[in-house]
Design a binder for this molecule. Structure first.
Ligand code: BYC
Length: 318
């Protein structure tokens, strides 16, 4: 293709983005747009899959049948989210095997939040309330992202995430209305999950290499800092209702801006976790790689069965 033809296609593409039209898999798109989407959507998919681990840890120890059923359903939903997102990524011309290989080799990132341990039942409450709460804020914005398959996956995912957030908040509410020991457990979980939840939104806009271009392409609809502020503003009043304290001495409502001011995030901790040195990075990767290896017989059996069925179909047709 000549340079002039590419320029023409680029101009048509940019005009479609400006008109808020969805870009579909078979449409022409700049190579960088394709690669940026593969990166973000697959990292999102990996986060959903690795995100099952901290919660899966509590399925066998949930305190009642009702709690167990809800947690099982939630973890199952996360698997589904991962699958929609892997499918959306595959429409961009990359195979599922390659995506798994990127995760298992440590080349692809997944959300930093899932490298923290879930040590008490209250952590399941805090994950639902804070982690899913943060995920919804991020993902509602993505429902209007420019790439069709990603935007459509997000609509369904957001509906399910709101059940997840309520499930978590209800656990926190029950603990906070329980014995002093239960309330202390809820406070302890908030203390440990608050700052990592703020880190989920990524580096400050000034330190985010991808935000500017992703905003132009309408892949991201709000910046990391905008979403983080929205999360703080929404979540602090919820902590007040629970009667527990957000672990930030600098947190204060600012009547002039109408937002909460909050303290400095420990960015060294964030980058350490992102680079693989968080409390559970090694454990999470071992669990995923182990599951992949132990599951190889299932994939082989499914392939053999599909081949057998295909042969039968051909034999019948001839
Ligand atoms: N953790 O320029 P930036 C869930 C990386 S699933 C790790 O701001 P971008 C849930 C970033 O990838 C939650 N890495 O990047 C599941 C980039 O590295 P590379 C997941 C992070 O992409 C189960 C570099 O830092 N949600 O909620 O414009 C149970 C520079 O960052 C993180 C999504 O994935 C992080 N926190 O913005 C419960 C949502 N932050 O690729 C709940 C979709 C940044 O250059 N993703 N990095 O090597 C997004 O919205 C964006 O990708 C991000 C980052 C806001 C996360």
């Amino acid at each position: 293709m000549s340079e002039k033809e590419v320029k023409n296609l680029e101009a048509i593409f940019e005009a479609r983005i400006a008109r808020d039209e969805k870009i579909e898999p078979k449409d022409w798109m700049p190579e960088k747009y394709r690669q940026t989407h593969i990166r973000q959507i697959s990292q999102h998919a990996h986060s959903e899959i690795v995100g099952m681990l901290p919660e899966g840890n509590w399925i066998t120890r949930a305190p009642s049948l009702r709690r167990k059923a809800a947690l099982l359903a939630k973890v199952q939903d996360e698997a589904g989210h991962g699958l929609y997102l892997y499918s959306a990524t595959e429409t961009l011309g990359i195979s599922r095997e390659e995506l798994f290989d990127q995760l298992h080799s440590g080349k692809a990132k997944y959300s930093s939040i899932f490298n923290y341990p879930s040590v008490t039942w209250a952590d399941i409450g805090a994950i639902g309330w804070l982690v899913d709460g943060a995920a919804i804020i991020n993902q509602v914005a993505l429902c209007t992202t420019s790439f069709g398959p990603y935007a459509r996956a997000m609509v369904r995912i957001c509906k399910e995430e709101s059940f997840h957030q309520r499930q978590g908040y209800e656990i926190m509410l029950t603990l906070c209305n329980g014995t002093p020991e239960q309330k202390a457990m809820a406070q302890d979980a908030l203390n440990r999950w608050w700052w990592p939840s703020l880190m989920m939104f990524g580096p400050r806009d000034a330190d985010s290499p991808h935000t500017e271009q992703s905003m132009k392409w309408k892949l991201k609809r709000k910046t990391n800092d905008e979403l983080r502020q929205q999360f703080v503003d929404q979540t602090v009043p919820q902590a007040d209702i629970l009667g527990i304290t957000v672990p930030d001495p600098d947190l204060k409502f600012n009547p002039e801006t109408g937002h909460y001011d909050f303290g400095e995030i420990d960015w060294d901790e964030f980058w350490q976790v992102v680079k693989g040195h968080g409390p559970c990075n090694k454990e999470r990767m071992e669990a995923r790689v182990g599951a992949w290896e132990r599951g190889s017989w299932v994939r082989e059996a499914a392939m053999a069965y599909a081949e057998k069925q295909a042969k039968k179909k051909v034999a019948k047709a001839s």
